[in-house]
Design a protein around this ligand. Sequence first.
Ligand SMILES: Nc1nc2c([nH]c(=O)n2[C@H]2C[C@H](O)[C@@H](COP(=O)(O)OP(=O)(O)OP(=O)(O)O)O2)c(=O)[nH]1
Ligand SMILES: [Mg+2]
Length: 129
Amino acid sequence: MNTVQVAVGVIRRADDVFICLRSEHQHQGGKWEFPGGKIDHGESVVEALKRELQEEIGISVIRCRPLIEITHDYGDKRVALLVREVLDFNGEPHGVEGQQHKWCPIDSLNPADFPTANVAILDALTTSK
Ligand SMILES: Nc1nc2c([nH]c(=O)n2[C@H]2C[C@H](O)[C@@H](COP(=O)(O)OP(=O)(O)OP(=O)(O)O)O2)c(=O)[nH]1
Ligand SMILES: [Mg+2]
């Protein structure tokens, strides 16, 4: 099975992060996610992150830094999540594709609401606070 490379953005404002609900028909549907998506052939992680965050939540990323990289095998799909913390952006994040979204305090993020691979992201966030 090949590994799908995914650019993921953790958008932080003080003690909150911005998360979106994956639609039921998607892989890991019904779970909350940090916005992002598959890296296209020939694209860098940051290029993909900028494109996906513009398409999905309507913001322009100005500055980001690596947070964590996770590989995870879901059985039906193997993913590499290349997670960047977004430090500065233009625009106000919203659900461009009509998806539910919210700002959520880092302290109240529940790992059970996210895809399994995200546990390591939540850990990284709570330890870097
Ligand atoms: N965006 C995102 N994807 C995640 C997270 N955690 C996690 O396991 N994934 C997995 C689910 C998917 O298998 C893959 C990301 O694919 P995606 O569905 O966002 O890709 P995409 O935006 O290009 O959209 P699509 O064309 O597949 O609809 O990574 C997360 O926090 N955010
Ligand atoms: Mg996506």
